[in-house]
Write a protein of this length. Structure first.
Length: 270
């Protein structure tokens, strides 16, 4: 028997990157998947966001593991649309056990519109994801696990003075507050809530010309060291997916309220 046989996982930002890796890993562990992604562009984001074709590939990769998947296009900023997408998955797959609030953007060098968009997606979108899922988890009465995706910059103050970058750091710090409060609120229902804090991961959000230029500008403007302690420049999406798979499994059944860095020692180096 696999670790997640019979479980259903709801994952946002699942069309590519960390979200896709998490969907495939949890499916490989036996879970059915409810996959959601906006599959559209946000004006302040200077790199291409996921497409319907990306989401279709996630569907194929999950199905290749033998797992079931329900995929929907929805914007985490729209709570009603997110609720509808989740309900479609629960209607087809029968239940909900795991929530991975992964959707996020990085409009680092954007102006005031970048601040608002990144707060709306990376913080309010995480709140919406939890809020649409919690009633089902509570009603089922079987407990559950929620993982909120933050960042190393949700634990330390690194970045630039661009509004988009400031908003990114603020949103990722805000996720820690959401996690700690939800962990306490949901503990009586045996629902665990944790946050995960990756260093730079080799995904389209990081591995693009705009983000590389931003990182280069930080190196030129200030002595901030954005590197990791271990001799690795970037992590792979599967590294984050592996940590998520552990957090949502029974092997971590008494772990809640924890901000877990998966960062090659980046936070400890600060």
């Amino acid at each position: 028997m696999r670790a997640l046989d019979g479980k259903v996982a709801f994952i946002t930002g699942a069309a590519r990157g960390q979200g896709r890796a998490e969907a495939v890993r949890l499916a490989s562990d036996g879970a059915s998947i409810i996959a959601v992604d906006i599959c559209d562009q946000i004006a302040s984001v200077p790199y291409p966001l996921a497409t319907p074709d990306d989401l279709a590939l996630t569907v194929k990769l999950v199905e290749d593991t033998g797992a079931r998947i329900v995929a929907q296009q929805a914007d985490v900023r729209d709570q009603a649309a997110l609720q509808s997408a989740l309900q479609a998955g629960v209607d087809e797959l029968g239940r909900l056990d795991i929530v991975v609030a992964n959707a996020g953007i990085a409009p680092m060098q954007s102006g005031p519109e970048g601040w608002q968009d990144v707060i709306d997606v990376n913080l309010t979108g995480v709140y919406h994801t939890a809020e649409v899922a919690i009633p089902t988890l509570v009603e089922q009465g079987d407990g559950g696990s929620i993982v909120l995706t933050s960042s190393v910059v949700g634990l330390v103050g690194m970045g630039s003075d661009d509004p988009g970058a400031i908003g990114y750091v603020a949103a990722k710090h805000g996720i820690v507050g959401l996690m700690r409060l939800y962990a306490n609120l949901l503990a009586p229902h045996s629902i665990r809530v944790n946050s995960i804090h990756p260093a730079g991961v080799d995904t389209p959000m990081i591995n693009n010309e705009a983000t590389r230029q931003w990182l280069g500008s930080i190196a030129e403007k200030s002595p901030q060291d954005m590197g990791n302690a271990l001799p690795v420049q970037v992590l792979q999406p599967e590294d984050i997916a592996n940590a998520v798979a552990w957090l949502v499994s029974d092997e971590a059944r008494y772990i809640t309220g924890v901000a877990l860095p998966v960062d090659a020692g980046s936070v400890n180096k600060r």
